[in-house]
Design a protein around this ligand. Structure first.
Ligand code: CP
Length: 317
């Protein structure tokens, strides 16, 4: 994954706008930061003096914790914001909230918000960098980067791999960001789920579409299983959870139809017993917790590139 690309962006808003070279650059940096996380003392002074604000308007365990840990591992200071106890409940706008936080000399803002495009909007208003930590059903770039890194770590390549994304694609920012990343890196992507949960015209993104789970999993090198996002579903998209489980739930029985070395992935949180069953989620093919571990390293790489604008190798020259 060697390259000489220089990072020039102030923000990380989505995978769609990144070049293949920029994705490689982040993944390359991630290897360096993963090595730091394996040391007995997992902290380096790289971003000492920088301040990173975590502004989360939606629930999160993995992304929020992971960004905070990544910042702390790099010695940056963090401030965080819980929407329910902030002045947004008094009617303050997202723009005003962010401008006020920036006025306290914050270098980078990590934003999770239910509104697609919210991080793009903030990036126009703020001189500080902005990282999209999930904007509605639009994009979740660091999740895609950690997914791609996790696949690369196991398979030693992305180009030519067959990756299937199963489930509620219509409401999934993870699916969109994964499709952009995997296609840019040369994977063959198949989307599978009930017709009502597959966006019309998704083929235009260069993916295959099937509504048959066995077909989607039979040749896959990795299966990325998506959560049924009840909180984003404003109507009923399939007759019953029972029927969804029967047609699309990944059980041990179903997994027998996949390749022996298929990677089982899930961005979390998992609806156990619905899209993914216990014996598969915790089984030998699962890399779900490794995805979480890699999330910290990927986010260290992203914070580092955005705050310093240089690669580790350049710094060490
Ligand atoms: N994968 C993911 O975004 O998880 P959280 O919602 O817990 O951050």
């Amino acid at each position: 994954m060697a390259n000489k690309t220089i990072w020039k962006r102030k923000d990380l808003l989505g995978i769609e706008e990144l070049t293949k070279e920029e994705i490689h650059l982040i993944l390359n940096q991630t290897f360096s930061f993963k090595e730091i996380l394996e040391r007995p003392i997992k902290k380096v002074p790289t971003l000492r003096g920088k301040t990173i604000a975590l502004i989360f308007f939606e629930a999160s365990t993995r992304t929020r914790f992971s960004f905070e840990l990544a910042a702390k591992r790099l010695s940056a200071d963090t401030v965080s914001f819980a929407a329910a106890s902030s002045s947004t409940v008094k009617g303050e706008t997202l723009k005003d909230t962010a401008k006020n936080i920036e006025a306290m000399k914050v270098d980078l803002v990590i934003l999770r918000h239910s509104m697609p495009g919210s991080s793009y909007m903030l990036s126009r208003y703020l001189e500080a960098g902005v990282v999209n930590a999930g904007d509605g059903s639009h994009e979740h770039p660091t999740q895609a980067l950690l997914d791609v890194f996790s696949i690369y770590e196991k398979k030693k390549k992305i180009e030519g791999l067959k990756i299937s994304i199963i489930g509620d694609v219509a409401h999934s920012r993870v699916a969109r960001s994964n499709i952009f990343a995997l296609k840019k890196l040369g994977a063959e992507v198949t989307i599978c789920g009930p017709k009502t949960l597959i966006p019309v015209d998704i083929e235009k993104l260069g993916v295959n579409v099937t509504y048959n789970l066995d077909e989607a999993i039979k040749d896959a090198d990795a299966i990325n299983i998506l959560r049924i996002q009840k909180e984003r579903q404003k109507e009923t998209y399939f007759p019953s959870i029972r029927e969804y489980i029967k047609l699309y739930g990944i059980t041990e029985e179903r997994l027998k139809k996949a390749k022996k070395d298929v990677l089982i992935m899930h961005p979390g949180p998992i609806n156990r017993g619905i899209e993914l069953f216990q014996e598969v989620a915790d089984g030998a093919n699962s890399i779900i917790l490794e995805q979480v571990t890699n999330g910290v390293a990927v986010r260290m790489a992203v914070l580092y590139l955005l705050c310093s604008g240089e690669t580790i190798e350049e710094k060490e020259k």
